[in-house]
Design a protein around this ligand. Structure first.
Ligand code: IMP
Length: 186
């Protein structure tokens, strides 16, 4: 397969936390759980660009329920590795949320500031239900409590890349998820 795995950029990476196989296996489990929880209901998956592109695409294909999808883009991080807490909506939803069963699909929850803002914003649009699925979460970094129904993996409080997660817009296409060597970002 002609895609990037951790061996190709080993000099930039510290530790591989999850391989693409482990990620796929966990996605399948979460998808099955969502199918069970939402049996008989249609779901609107709202992805947060750009990081959630990979998880959105894999999660959706692992689900049996009828799903629609929509996207939002918000600014949280620039080229650095710290959340600013300032959230700006760069792209809004195209669909009406009224009466819909919405699951927000996130790549990672770090401080929780971005998602907390987003959840208030989405809740004000009258969905029938509103939940969160995130592929990764850093419990030690939480600065605000966000109720997350579906979590792929809890991870330590270090900066990770791959599977949609970037550093300065690079490494999103890495199939595995790994910590970056501090020398890359310091
Ligand atoms: P929060 O507001 O601190 O929870 O940050 C959420 C956003 O920051 C995520 O959607 C990511 O885009 C980005 N982010 C947080 N931690 C990481 C990381 O370890 N690697 C890459 N991006 C991250």
């Amino acid at each position: 397969m002609t895609s990037v795995d951790a061996r190709d950029i080993a000099e930039d990476l510290e530790d591989v936390l999850f391989t693409s196989d482990q990620i796929a296996e966990r996605i399948a489990q979460v998808a099955a759980q969502i199918d069970q929880d939402y049996e008989g209901r249609e779901i609107l998956l709202v992805g947060v660009l750009n990081g959630a592109v990979m998880v959105m695409s894999d999660l959706q294909r692992a689900m049996r329920s009828h799903v629609q999808m929509d996207w939002m883009a918000v600014s949280s991080y620039g080229a650095g590795t710290q959340s600013s807490g300032v959230v700006r909506i760069l792209k809004d939803l195209s669909q009406d949320l009224k009466g819909r069963h919405v699951i927000v699909v996130e790549d990672i929850i770090d401080t929780g500031l971005t998602l907390s803002y987003l959840m208030n914003y989405l809740a004000s649009r009258g969905p029938a239900s509103l939940e969160i699925m995130t592929m990764f979460r850093k419990p030690e970094a939480a600065r605000i409590e966000v109720p997350v129904k579906y979590v792929g993996f809890d991870i330590p409080n270090s900066f990770v890349v791959g599977y949609g997660l970037d550093y300065a817009d690079r490494y999103r296409n890495l199939r595995d998820v790994a910590t970056l060597k501090p020398s890359i970002y310091s």
